[in-house]
Write a protein that binds this ligand. Structure first.
Ligand SMILES: Nc1nc2c(ncn2[C@@H]2O[C@H](COP(=O)(O)OP(=O)(O)OP(=O)(O)O)[C@@H](O)[C@H]2O)c(=O)[nH]1
Ligand SMILES: [Mg+2]
Length: 306
């Protein structure tokens, strides 16, 4: 049993630009792939909740969509999610991706993040310079010095979400900014989102990984049917039927590919990960549907949970 007189429990939001490594960090902290990760920006579109446990604290991490200039209604909704998530949190992790000299990191973005998003919350801010594996020790020190000096966060540290460098230190720092409280969740729970949400995210991840240009951005995934151990399926597998929504016929043809080859490949990759997530075999059927301009339409966005 945790000692509740010194046990800390609270919410920590992970915010930053697209592609900073926010989802990679969540997964590394949880030692579990909960949030989808791709090399493309704007992968995460909704808040992902992941629950971290150790002997001293329980931290409910909130992974968020990256902060960017909105180009359409979908982006506005993503930014709203990030804004609301900041309000839910007890402490904030600003994840700043490092890059090689001369920049070391994007100062204009970091300043905007601090001034327009973090400062007004009046919440403790840990500025974590991620991808610090791409810098040498002198560059890391220099970048941290600039961050500490210019924005004076409660803490600045260099981490690598990918390699797990200093992620324990990050947890240790965070703990001190959380309320002293008993755990909110049992220690064997990683997330509170339903399985079907993670299934749809896995399919979306595979679209991001398999297709180029605008396809991933024009795609949404909807789970139409999720039946556990359906008796009509020969091998008694779960049956999952999912629609992949795109904006135009041309995108539909690319998604399906010649004689359906591309969609088949997508289905195989998604099924493998879904089976790993659920720990049981599934029958996965994918349909591609065209919904013109869904990213611009409020009603459609709402029906997709944005
Ligand atoms: N070198 C290096 N790469 C990293 C690190 N952390 C993440 N990456 C890579 O950066 C890319 C983006 O990672 P994500 O975790 O999807 O980034 P994100 O901030 O969640 O991005 P969005 O969801 O699009 O906002 C992936 O290719 C990761 O492997 C790191 O510490 N070092
Ligand atoms: Mg992400």
């Amino acid at each position: 049993m945790p000692n509740t007189t010194v046990f800390a429990c609270g919410y920590a939001a992970i915010v930053g630009p697209p592609n900073a490594g926010k989802s990679t960090l969540l997964n590394k902290l949880l030692k579990h792939k909960l949030s989808i990760v791709t090399p493309k920006p704007q992968t995460t579109r909704k808040k992902i909740t992941g629950i971290y446990h150790n002997d001293h604290c329980q931290i409910i991490f909130l992974d968020t969509p990256g902060i960017m200039t909105p180009m359409q209604k979908l982006h506005e909704s993503m930014l709203k999610t990030t804004r609301t998530t900041l309000n839910e949190a007890d402490a904030l992790i600003a994840l700043i991706p490092a890059c090689k000299r001369p920049e070391l990191f994007d100062r204009a973005f970091t300043n905007m993040l601090f001034e327009k998003w973090l400062k007004e919350t009046k919440k403790p801010v840990i500025m974590a310079l991620n991808k610090s594996d791409v810098l040498n020790a002198t560059e890391r020190k220099e970048a941290l010095h600039i961050i500490q000096d210019r924005w004076q966060p409660q803490k600045a540290l260099a981490i690598s979400a990918l390699h797990g460098t200093a992620t324990d230190t990050l947890v240790d720092c965070l703990r001190h900014f959380l309320p002293l409280d008993a755990p909110l969740y049992p220690d064997d729970i990683l997330s509170i989102a339903p399985e079907r949400f993670f299934v749809s995210e896995i399919i979306r991840e595979k679209v991001f990984l398999q297709y180029g240009q605008e396809i991933p951005y024009a795609t949404e995934v909807v789970i139409d049917e999720f039946k556990e151990q359906h008796e009509n399926t020969p091998a008694k597998k779960d049956v999952i039927r999912s629609s992949i929504i795109v904006e135009r016929d041309s995108q539909k043809y690319i998604l399906i590919g010649k004689k359906g080859a591309a969609l088949k490949k997508l289905g195989m990759a998604a099924r493998k990960d879904i089976e790993e997530l659920l720990g049981r075999p599934v029958f996965l059927e994918l349909f591609v549907k065209v919904r013109p301009d869904w990213r611009k339409k409020k009603i459609m966005l709402r029906s997709y949970g944005y």
